[in-house]
Design a protein around this ligand. Sequence first.
Ligand code: NZQ
Ligand code: ZN
Length: 382
Amino acid sequence: MNNFTFHNPTKIVFGKGSIAKTSSLIPKERRILLTYGGGSIKRNGVFDQVARALEQHTFFEFGGIEPNPRYETLMRAVELAKSERADYLLSVGGGSTLDGTKFIASALCYQGDDPWKILTNTLPVEKATPIGCILTLAATGSESNGYAVISRNSTDEKLAFGSPLLYPQFAILDPETTYTLPDRQTANGIVDAFVHVLEQYLTYPVGSPLQDRQAEAILCTLIEEGPKAMANPKDYSARANIMWCATQALNGLISCGVPQDWATHEIGHELTAFYGIDHAQSLAIVLPGMLRHRRQQKGDKIAQFAERVWGVNLKDRKACIDAAIAETEKFFRSLGVGTTLSDHGITQGIERIGLRFEERGRRIGEHGDMGKADIDAILQLC
Ligand code: NZQ
Ligand code: ZN
């Protein structure tokens, strides 16, 4: 097992009715900017619950943070937060609202000339406004990690950044808030969490049986519970299990002491930047091609995945790997998520993606050995 440091400071408050606890989680003297997305929280009663919980607090609202949150929108929130002298940010919504809020928290304290440099620079974030989170979509794990992904339409860029200062102080996870998710978003969440686990699990063996079994437990639970939530959106138990899986998938626990990949995510972010494909749907396209291209390097773990997660017991290693990839594709498709570029009508311009990695001098994969030629080959298999 590799060396590691694990510290996750986010307080998780889980279960139905938990939004009422918001008032005790934020000091009364704070001036809160409540951030949200396109308005789902106003339609499904979540906003009313939050407003009731904050009756004794001072808060201002900033709505309109879009899926794949945009820099241009977030800078307007920074202006509002400055003019209202907000000193606490409360994100109410999905991963995009929360990622956007993490950027606002960083930009509010940024001393440099151009806040976009928070994303393009590798300089660490030195200070951030504190954040709390009420999550309404189980998917990204952003509620319990320090990462965010921000898009800029004018340049077709989607860039990730992170800092230990950006972990939410608390995350309220009430599975009932996810009852109103459209099927597409429920499915996206299951796929995103599933791929988060695979990016930390399907690498190469380092003698980490506990982390492997933790990863496999999340995968098996998503396979069991995902279809239940799709069939019955108000199945509390299924919603609760999916929500907890999604948090566990990217809160740092299963990556302790093991190699990580993230190549599927990096290529997926470019698909979203160029073609506007939902984050999870980009992953469902790239992952099968990635596994086919990397079947040698990842073979031992894919075979373990086949046996322990999909129950495939074949002597022939090649057949075993093929079966694991096919079962994964079948699972995504059963949720209504396409697994090929052609499912999304993409036939042109795909070579821009490999070129972008080349321009940035970026090499990816758990061995850091993949460049343009690999990315081109992977996308050919998608
Ligand atoms: O904007 P509103 O009106 O709230 O509607 C949203 C949005 O249209 C809707 N929604 C959310 N909760 C709802 C609801 N509709 C009805 N009822 C509810 N309870 O769902 C739509 C999608 O929301 P979004 O926040 O975009 O989805 P998600 O949580 O999947 O977040 C995706 C973003 O997170 C990034 C992705 O790249 C993408 O930008 N990621 C962040 C990560 C992180 N910070 O660690 C890791 C991930 O790999 C990912 O990259
Ligand atoms: Zn993801």
